[in-house]
Design a protein around this ligand. Structure first.
Ligand SMILES: *Cc1c(COP(=O)(O)O)cnc(C)c1O
Length: 405
């Protein structure tokens, strides 16, 4: 029954937009999974090996995390019932933040509902109209949105280009802001870039930022649990403890659960508690989420072999894809793009892989440039060699059929 039938639809233009996206092979249907988030699952009713999950270490289904979540739910219930600043701060929330601070070697951390809200919360909270934000051109959408919410001036530097960053900082010092010199400058970069899998040149960025007295913020969503000792992230990977002012991590990817956090000085945390809007105006995590994150930290600290397995699988799979003749870009991490050019090619390759029992999602414009459409693959520590070989065989067959290799 159409209850709106006597009324012209004021949103009809959305239907036209959808038709346009479909005509351009840019429409992305949602795939629906009926199995667990694991290397072998069921996607759109089909058994598949998945290469599209951010569950790098298999923690999303780890028994220790599942048990912790169940126990917390039985003891404390399913919801937290309020925002953190009213009645929604449980002992568990603070325990997780203390554990994360120790893990990251920082004074303090503050958790958010997601990595997205951590980024979009922290950036406008700590910058104002007399400040400047300088951002890598390929930074994640949540950073871009955070910058848009800020009253600060903004500039972009070319991707991973330390000299380019220096040039922006030098020019900004010469010209200043609308009211004269900028008061504060914040340089922001992804740690691992989510579409290409390359790593920010963090030592160079820190060095330049120090020279211009700028603060440095790194978004370690794809580095959390992946890079550095026990998965401590990019700062640990490069040995730059104490030189990055703001680290954003996610609890939603390798950590296997949900959430984001900001790590840094105590006064950063204290200020965010007073002012960060997603923290102030959105309900905190339920106990199960927090307890599972704490259990994930046990695994990261106690079972580093998982991370070693992740990197062994990464080396095997990357070498396999490159050996087939695919353009796998410049990745240095478990994210390996298979760049095929047009959106149509990416869509066809993904479809064919699906028919062959491999789920590897196409990534098209606007997530990547129009002519850089790709299949983005991510291996996990839990893929077996046989599974990865089966994926390579499917890539070989589909790639040859579609004349991509
Ligand atoms: C996934 C991602 C986020 C968002 O993290 P969520 O916890 O999923 O909200 C932020 N930044 C980058 C670079 C990401 O890849």
């Amino acid at each position: 029954m159409n209850t709106m039938s006597d009324r012209t639809d004021p949103l009809a233009y959305l239907g036209d937009e959808i038709a346009d996206l479909k005509a351009k092979a840019l429409y992305r249907p949602l795939r629906v999974m009926s199995g667990p988030q694991a290397p072998r699952t069921v996607m759109d009713g089909r058994p598949v090996i998945s290469l599209s999950s951010n569950n790098y270490l298999g923690l999303a289904t780890h028994p220790h995390l599942v048990e912790a979540a169940l126990r917390a739910t039985r003891d404390l219930g399913v919801g937290s019932g309020a925002v953190r600043t009213i009645a929604g701060t449980m002992e568990l929330h603070e325990e997780l933040e203390r554990r994360l601070a120790i893990f990251k070697h920082v004074e303090a951390t503050l958790t958010f509902q997601s990595g997205f809200t951590a980024n979009s919360g922290v950036i406008p909270t700590i910058t104002g109209e007399r400040d400047l934000i300088v951002s890598d051109e390929l930074n994640h959408a949540s950073i871009i949105d955070g910058v848009r919410l800020s009253k600060a001036s903004r500039a972009v530097f070319p991707h991973r280009d330390v000299d380019g960053l220096e040039k922006v900082l030098r020019e900004s010092r010469a010209t200043g802001g609308p009211q004269g010199a900028y008061e504060h400058v914040l340089v922001i970069t992804d740690g691992v870039f989510s579409m290409d899998g390359d790593i920010a040149p963090l030592a160079g960025i820190c060095e330049v930022a120090e020279r211009y007295e700028a603060a440095v913020m790194i978004d370690d969503a794809h580095a959390s649990g992946v890079l550095g000792r026990n998965g401590r992230g990019t700062v640990d990977h490069f040995g730059l403890h104490g030189r990055v002012d703001i680290q954003v991590g996610t609890l939603s990817k390798a950590v296997g659960v949900l959430g984001g956090y900001v790590a840094g000085r105590q006064h950063l945390r204290d200020y965010l508690v007073q002012r960060a809007r997603p923290f102030l105006f959105s309900t905190s995590h339920p106990p199960a989420v927090v307890a599972a994150c704490l259990a994930a930290l046990d695994i990261l600290e106690g079972d580093p072999e998982r991370i070693e397995r992740l990197w062994e699988n990464t080396r095997f799979f990357k070498a396999g894809l490159a050996g087939l003749g695919f353009d796998t870009g410049v990745s240095e991490t478990p994210i390996t793009p298979v760049i095929v050019g047009s959106s149509e090619n990416a869509g066809r390759l993904s479809e064919r892989l699906m028919e062959l029992g491999v789920f590897a999602q196409a990534v098209v414009y606007p997530t990547v440039a129009l002519d850089r459409a790709r299949i983005r693959t991510i291996v996990s520590s839990e893929h077996t060699r046989d599974e990865l070989q089966a994926c390579l065989d499917a890539f070989a067959a589909a790639g040859r059929e579609l004349r991509l290799i």
